[in-house]
Write a protein that binds this ligand. Structure first.
Ligand code: BTN
Length: 250
């Protein structure tokens, strides 16, 4: 039988590899992991700097029976589950920044990129890609990152935690993420909302959101049961769900 786990020393992007396989026919589910990505990508067309051998870059594909609308909030739930796996090792105070970044002490630790394929009406293939900085500080590529970053090494030092191996961490993450995907298909984002809210990076802070070139200023009020961002502005709470929304601390 065909393997469901692919490990590459190098690849363009683990998300792209899975999207390509989906086109040519794929068993369900599949995990793809690489030691190096030449075109690792982030959200909004950004690059995910992916030096060799020091971090985790992996993607999972999963065939969702619902259409694309049933995926609302999935990226947030992925953030919750990755944080919970890290917390189980003693890494605390990880914050989730809407829609899908993991931060520690205001520095980005991990990013999630969800892409979809298939007919998108009745069922769709979901590719969940995760980049987790583990020993980013060990390489010069870290200077190419244009925002403050953290890595698991920093957290291990801070919390006095014996760092798990990348293999160990990867296997825990994969198991937890497949549990999530099955559960999400049945129960949607609702069961993850509280767990997301208690890690909300922007909790009650002033934020600026941009949607279609329009700027909205207000106080962050977490997310609703669809995972849409809530911002209170002039006493009114508005929700933002679009993928064209960008957000920053005001
Ligand atoms: C972001 O923060 O913008 C999302 C970053 C996602 C990076 C991961 S690394 C594994 C997978 N393959 C990619 O090309 N991107 C994701």
């Amino acid at each position: 039988p065909e393997s469901n786990l692919y490990l590459f020393p190098q690849i363009d992007s683990t998300n792209q590899w899975l999207l390509d396989q989906i086109k040519t026919g794929l068993n369900n589910p599949v995990v793809c992991m690489a030691e190096y990505q030449s075109s690792g990508r982030g959200r909004r067309g950004r690059t995910w700097v992916s030096p060799f051998g020091v971090n985790l870059y992996f993607s999972l594909s999963y065939l969702f029976k619902g259409g694309i609308s049933s995926l609302s909030g999935l990226s947030l739930a992925v953030g919750v589950v990755v944080s919970e796996v890290l917390e189980s090792y003693g890494y605390m105070d990880i914050k989730l920044k809407w829609p899908n970044d993991l931060f520690w002490q205001d520095k980005k630790l991990s990013g999630v990129l969800i892409e979809v394929a298939g007919d998108l009406t009745e069922h769709c293939w979901v590719v969940v890609g995760i980049g987790l900085n583990i020993n980013m500080g060990a390489c010069t590529a870290s200077s190419d990152i244009n925002q403050p970053w953290s890595d698991l090494n920093m957290l291990s030092n801070h919390f006095g935690v014996d760092q798990p191996t990348r293999n160990e961490l990867l296997s825990q993450l994969i198991s937890a993420l497949f549990v999530l995907l099955e559960n999400f298909e049945k129960n949607k984002f609702g069961s993850y909302r509280e767990r997301w809210m208690k890690r909300d990076y922007f909790d009650s802070l002033k934020v600026e959101a941009y949607e279609g070139g329009k700027k909205i200023t207000g106080s962050a009020r977490g997310v609703d049961s669809h995972g849409h961002l809530l911002i209170e502005s002039k006493g009114v709470i508005k929700s933002f769900g679009g993928s064209d929304v960008s957000l920053r601390g005001g």
